[in-house]
Design a protein around this ligand. Structure first.
Ligand code: ADP
Ligand code: MG
Length: 690
């Protein structure tokens, strides 16, 4: 059995800190456990109480004679450490520390959290929390609601992990409106021991969980988070709502849990690369989970819309386009069949407009015809309640259709409808309240399917990329590499560094160039952006000009109290495009690679795309396609496309270099010039070693 199993499937629990005082957490928690009908044994612990809510209360953990699968600790903070010690002595291996006041409040709390964690680790026990709000298992065999939210969650197949207790509580509080049905809920709090990576792995292997949802404020270890996806060890759909997107949001996240958030752009790119769905808000998080739970995956992105009202259909279509889906084009046969049913004033093309007269039979027939059209991958059926048509019957008739393709319904009825639907619907499939929702869900499901396929088809390439990580011993010194070292490593990885000479200032006079025009650059290890010091002189045509420009560079350095250590001399390349390839090791997510527009104005253009260096050729293609410069390179308006194959090889080599040399902290080729001769030249390479 997995070591986390007792957190979700305990047969006996003890609750140190249980209380007789109403409204206290120690009381409310026990009350919830009882009300929800937990199937196992319950041992409340409180030195002063004899009985709480009908459970016999123990004065000390030592007094309990039974084996305990899970301890849920709600004692005040000053008793947390001795309580954990007693539990460990009693051989309890799974502990949820709900108590707050640890890392999230500062240094002192952090030290206490560490002490407790160390004790737990030495005994091989595991801990959830501290500063969390508990766990739920809705399944009949367990029926455990060990939170202080007195809702009665319904059984489903979603796993929901929340880093924030308050947000978890808010979601639980609104279950009756949102109809979210999960199998497991866990609030992980400060993630001192058990974190999202552990839970993900556990849920992947738990047959009761079909879809995984997470609210996260930080990733404990981003690389560990994504690697199981790369290796194909996680196959279930996972949807992440990651807070802390904007700068100010990030600050809130770090004061909230004491965790540092990684750069949002990287998170966005990597989740996408590995088929992890990122939701923008709670609505999208759970709607998407419902989609996976209740509907088949769409095989493509051609959507049909059926409606009885104009406005909602327009909103729906706008969203379809925004999500990158397409409106399907019906076959003539479909249109012919539709004409026989649809009111002649309505529309039989996509979107199909049934007008307010669309009744249950019409809705059903039309949905059946449309979903069976070969050119349709999914249907969104919208129903706004008009005066004469009964909403319940329309919704039920459409959801009675058996199809291998998804049909999602938007219902905009009068409020009375909802309780009737909840009580009387046969299939109880999810209904959506906003006409935009289904497009978002279908787009996420399609994305998941597409990325999963990409990962599967390219598994060998991905695994190879990860495994390159093992080899490393280049002996390179810390800091920026010298020009000789750059030359060596660039030729090793076949990066097209331009042919160049490095000379001392005193050698200028006797230097005889092989060819003009050339470029001369002033080098000083403290100067990062040479152009800012006017230290890059282009298109030099004669020895005379060469000496003059070198002098200008020396003068400019002198004005800044600097000396030119060396002069770098390169051929002058006639530029077609300036590109950028860069990379760095993200402290959380590991090596990442960047491609985009390059040159002096990179920041201004901000035209880059990012991927993990653990990538496949398709990722490189997508990376190029994502940027404006990539589109230009592939040829716009009759321009000849450039040698994309060569470019892809350079990018690939850069990722290999990053993966194989664990001590490269960052590097960039900026610019990588594409010359008018259609050849790539790296004229400014920088590599920094840890
Ligand atoms: P830095 O980035 O330190 O300012 P670079 O070596 O990248 O210096 O040069 C700045 C700009 O000068 C480049 O973006 C490019 O436009 C131009 N440049 C540099 N080297 C060459 C070269 N060998 N041929 C043509 N243009 C060059
Ligand atoms: Mg540069």
């Amino acid at each position: 059995m997995n070591s986390l199993s007792n957190f979700f499937y305990p047969k006996a629990i003890c609750i140190p800190g249980a209380s007789t005082k109403e409204k206290s957490i120690g009381y409310e928690l026990l009350k919830t456990i009882k009300a929800y009908g937990y199937k196992g044994k319950v041992f409340p612990v409180n030195p002063k109480a004899e009985d709480i809510l009908g459970y016999k209360c123990y004065h000390a953990i030592e007094e309990i004679n039974d084996a305990i699968d899970l301890a849920i600790v709600v004692v005040p903070k000053q008793f947390a450490e001795p309580t954990v010690e007693s539990l460990l002595k009693k051989n309890v291996k799974s502990i949820i520390l709900i108590t707050a006041g640890f890392k999230e409040i500062g240094k002192e709390g952090e030290a206490l959290e560490k002490r407790i964690l160390n004790k737990i680790k030495t005994t091989g026990a595991r801990m959830v929390g501290p500063n969390c709000m508990g766990v739920i298992n809705t399944l009949d065999e367990i029926k455990l609601n060990a939170t202080f939210v007195a809702e009665r969650p319904e059984i489903g197949a979603i796993g929901f992990l929340s880093q924030s207790g308050a947000l978890g509580a808010a979601v639980l509080n609104s279950l009756r409106e949102t109809d979210i049905k999960f199998a497991h809920f866990i609030s992980v709090g400060n993630k001192a021991d058990i974190n999202e990576n552990d839970i993900l792995n556990f849920w992947q292997n738990d047959n009761n969980i079909k879809t995984i949802t997470c609210y996260l404020e930080s990733f404990v270890n981003g690389e560990e988070f994504v690697v199981p996806f790369i290796r194909g060890e996680i196959s279930k759909p996972i949807i992440v709502l990651k807070a802390g997107k904007t700068e100010s949001g990030m600050k809130a996240a770090s004061s909230h849990t004491g965790a540092l958030s990684s750069n949002d752009k990287i998170i966005d790119a990597l989740l996408k690369q590995f088929g992890i769905i990122r939701a923008e808000d709670l609505n999208e998080l759970f709607n998407t989970a419902k989609g996976f739970e209740s509907f088949p995956l769409p095989k493509g992105k051609r959507i049909a819309v059926i409606t009885n009202a104009g406005g909602p259909a327009i909103l729906c279509i706008d969203k379809i386009e925004k999500e990158g889906l397409k409106l399907a084009t019906f076959s003539d046969e479909t249109m012919k069949k539709l004409k026989e049913i649809v009111n002649s004033e309505g529309s039989v093309a996509n979107p199909v407009d049934l007008l307010p007269g669309g009744n249950p039979e019409i809705y059903k027939r039309v949905n059946e015809i449309v979903i069976n059209d070969e050119s349709v991958d999914a249907v969104i059926s919208i129903f706004v309640e008009p005066v004469m048509v009964p909403p319940f019957e329309v919704i039920e008739s459409v959801y009675s259709i058996d199809s291998k393709k998804p049909i999602l319904q938007v219902a905009m009825p009068l409020p009375e409808f909802w309780s009737k639907y909840r009580n009387e619907s046969l299939k109880k499939l999810p209904l959506f309240r906003n006409p935009e929702d289904p497009a978002e869900i279908l787009s996420n499901m399609y994305f998941y399917m597409k990325q999963k396929k990409k990962l599967q088809e390219n598994r060998a390439q991905y695994v190879e990329a990860i495994e390159k990580k093992e080899s490393n011993n280049n002996g390179l010194p810390a800091g920026f590499l010298s020009h000789e070292q750059l030359y060596k490593i660039c030729s090793e990885y076949k990066l097209p560094i331009v042919k160049q000479n490095l000379i001392k200032p005193e050698e200028l006079k006797n230097y005889e160039a092989e060819n003009y025009p050339l470029v001369i650059k002033g080098i000083n290890k403290n100067v990062v952006h040479k152009s800012e010091l006017d230290a890059v002189k282009l298109n030099i045509k004669s020895k005379e000009e060469f000496l003059l420009k070198a002098r200008e560079i020396e003068d400019s350095f002198a004005k800044n109290n600097l000396f030119v250590d060396e002069f770098l001399i390169q051929p002058f390349i006639t530029i077609k495009h300036e590109l950028l390839i860069g990379g760095f090791r993200d402290p959380s997510f590991g090596p990442v690679i960047m491609f985009g527009s390059g040159g002096k104005y990179v920041e201004v253009f901000d035209d880059t795309s990012i991927r993990s260096c653990y990538l496949c050729d398709t990722d490189i293609d997508e990376m190029i396609d994502e940027t404006k410069i990539g589109k230009i390179l592939k040829g716009v308006r009759g321009e000849m496309p450039v040698n994309i194959k060569a470019l892809k090889e350079i990018i690939k080599s850069c990722t290999t270099m990053m993966a194989e040399n664990q001590n490269i902290a960052e590097f960039d080729l900026n610019p990588l010039i594409l010359g008018v001769d259609n050849i790539f030249y790296a004229v400014d390479v920088r590599i920094k070693i840890y």
